[in-house]
Design a protein around this ligand. Sequence first.
Ligand SMILES: Nc1ncnc2c1ncn2[C@@H]1O[C@H](COP(=O)(O)OP(=O)(O)OP(=O)(O)O)[C@@H](O)[C@H]1O
Length: 288
Amino acid sequence: MAKSAVTIKNLHYTYPNTTSEALSNVSLTIKEQEFVAIVGQTGSGKSTLVSLIDGLIKPEKGDLDVAGLKINATTKAEDLSKIHHRVGFVFQFPEQQLFAETIEEDIAFGPRNLGWTPAQIKKSVDDALKMVGLPVELKTHSPFALSGGQMRRVAIAGVLAMKPQILILDEPTAGLDTQATNELLELIKQLNNKATTVIMVTHQMEQVARYADHVIAMSDGKVIADTTPRHLFSDSQQLAKLSLTLPVSVDIAQFLRKHGAKLENTEPLTLDSLADEIVKAMRGKENE
Ligand SMILES: Nc1ncnc2c1ncn2[C@@H]1O[C@H](COP(=O)(O)OP(=O)(O)OP(=O)(O)O)[C@@H](O)[C@H]1O
């Protein structure tokens, strides 16, 4: 059985100077090498949850185990910071945090902070550039001369250079065009295939359907659903409660079924699988 990458038990969190809990009694498990999507309406607690997993804030009550590090309300700041050796966090619009004169300097910032040797730092920069599909020769250039999509890749390379076991991404495709979005998601999937656990906050149900194997849906600081995308998208009551939309492929399949099409009963999570089902149904009709 796969080991757990993150285990959370009865977690509570309230922001300073506020009265209501941002997270209320959250318990969940994320296994190693899962691709997990965290979904929910604005203000439901997604960013707070991933900030706790990344050790940016400390729980008020409850326990976390993140890549083997145990965290609770009494954990000291220096112990909390050990998380950054194991977890990488790609914030929303990460390119806004690029700062150095060269791409190399920018990517090297994290590994240098971790105290790595110059040789280790050089190798980690080159490896990270390759991982995000950018030529290593670019490293002497300014990050600010790149396109928006490329700048985002450099920012993500800065996180990958530290070789995280768990990669958290908060809406990684926000503001990107369709091509850059698809390329970035494929890249994240490749990293996931090579053993990185991925936790992605997203509002895009198409991305959940296509890439995630586990979905955690939040509302009002609580986990409302903790399941597979296929199961979530076949539960219309739950979706309505969470005010989530259906992926287009599932929406079309449900419409066609309602109008008598004999499609298979499982929800098609991508347009490709919907097209396959429609072709099968048409062939079945021809053979009747
Ligand atoms: N720094 C903060 N100080 C006080 N309250 C906060 C802070 N950040 C978030 N909150 C509150 O905590 C709750 C959960 O917010 P959170 O940002 O985790 O939600 P979210 O699901 O990530 O929303 P979004 O999709 O808009 O990013 C909300 O009620 C929000 O107003």
